[in-house]
Ligand binder design. Structure first.
Ligand SMILES: Cc1ncc(COP(=O)(O)O)c(C=O)c1O
Length: 409
């Protein structure tokens, strides 16, 4: 008997990023690495073309006895891991916080959306955005409502976000929105002080009638912000919100700890009322038991080792600085070097080069062996995945496609 494909799976089937990457890999296999510039996936590569993993991860890995990592972990994560994450994301003053271990930030996003929304609800996501938000929502019978992330001045479009949230509040009696900052995927944009203040203002306004409001802040690229230590305290900038407004945080070890494949992340929930936090934690724990079960222990053990061992921690901090330096240099080739028009202020793994017809432009680039992902408003360029020696060629190819010279076909 043939099992019929689920209509939901069909509708949300392909991952646009991995499809582009698959074509890049096929060309590399056929014509060799020199023929390909693969700027599709958000993996950080060294300039020699290999995956850039933290040296401290290697060191910690060799010290993990199987008996310490093979046992089941508690449903909410190991105590040491939860403590480490609470130190990466210190609770705002006066708030109680819980950390729930998840398989990556993807797991945290799923968990937050499953617990805070009802089947059929729409969730507001500013676009362009990480395409998997739509998949996670549709797979679980929720809908994606969108609004532009950036306004004409290239800053957070707080007006659009505020009216989108208000519309959902009126329609559903509750509202959830997802915001990815700092070093947003795909634009690389990070909110500045004024943008945080605008966001606080709109949350106060949407929260005023008393309906439940959840803002899920996805900080997957936190360590790649210009000033990560300042960013990790972002919730202090949202102080004074009413009790019906909850700020949830999706945290990831994939990029900041180079543990992509280990599937480590966390959902972090804080609120001034301990009873509210206990209720949220209970709902999340029940969803955890009903989906992936116990979270994977080995990745949690690595995060714990890198955080609590002073030498490993110092080595990781230094190496992350080198990573940020390499990424900034690659971005500079695109912006100040080739003067390509980007959306927002790129920082971290990605940049979006503006283009009115991104699909056509991406196809033209693939003909030159250059792989980027078409998104709303432009081409997503995963600078993280492009070794520096290839970034000049990448920038020149994009410049040719978006600003064809006279005489070009
Ligand atoms: C914005 C954003 N959020 C979440 C994730 C998922 O990260 P993780 O590997 O931690 O599940 C990604 C991965 O690319 C991402 O770009």
């Amino acid at each position: 008997m043939v099992v019929p494909a689920s209509p939901v799976a069909r509708e949300t089937g392909g991952d646009p990023v991995f499809e582009v990457s698959r074509r890049a890999t096929a060309l590399r296999a056929a014509q060799g690495d020199a023929a390909v510039v693969d700027a599709s996936i958000g993996h950080l590569f060294r300039d020699d073309g290999t995956l850039w993993t933290l040296g401290a991860v290697d060191a910690a890995l060799h010290r993990l006895p199987a008996r310490d990592i093979s046992a089941y972990a508690p449903f909410l994560g190991t105590e040491g891991f939860r403590r480490a994450v609470a130190e990466f994301l210190p609770p705002p003053p006066g708030a109680v916080q819980t950390v729930i271990a998840t398989p990556g930030a993807a797991g945290a996003i799923y968990l937050a959306l499953a617990c805070n929304t009802r089947p059929g609800d729409a969730v507001l996501v500013p676009t362009p955005c990480w395409p998997a938000y739509a998949t996670i929502l549709r797979q679980h019978g929720r809908r994606l409502a969108s609004c532009p992330l950036l306004g004409a001045d290239d800053r957070l479009d707080a007006g659009a976000l505020g009216s989108g949230m208000e519309e959902l509040r009126r329609a559903q009696g509750r509202v959830t929105a997802v915001l990815n900052t700092p070093a947003h995927n795909p634009t690389g944009h990070s909110l500045d002080d004024r943008e945080w203040e605008d966001l606080r203002g709109l949350l106060l306004a949407v929260g005023a009638p008393g309906d439940p409001v959840t803002l899920l802040v996805d900080v997957s690229y936190l360590e790649f912000a210009g000033d990560a230590d300042r960013e990790r305290r972002f919730r202090e900038r949202l102080e004074g919100l009413p009790g019906n407004v909850v700020i949830a945080v999706a945290w990831s070890a994939s990029k900041g700890f180079t543990l992509y494949g280990w599937r480590v992340g966390a959902l972090v929930l804080a609120h001034p009322d301990p009873g509210v936090v206990a209720g949220l934690e209970e709902a999340a724990a029940s969803t955890v038991r009903g989906t992936w079960g116990n979270p994977p222990r080995p990745g949690m053990a690595l995060v714990e080792a890198l955080h609590f061992d002073p030498a490993l921690r110092a080595a990781a901090v230094t190496e992350r600085g080198e990573m940020r330096g390499a990424l900034a240099q690659r971005a500079a080739v695109l912006t100040s070097g080739a003067d390509l028009p980007t959306l927002g202020r790129p920082e971290g793994f990605f940049a979006v080069v503006r283009h009115p017809d991104p699909r056509r432009a991406a196809e033209a680039l693939e003909e030159k062996g250059v792989f980027v992902v078409p998104m709303d408003g432009g081409l997503r360029v995963a600078l993280a995945g492009v070794p520096s020696p290839k970034v000049g060629r990448l920038a020149a190819a994009i410049a040719d496609v978006i600003r064809p010279r006279r005489g070009d076909p």
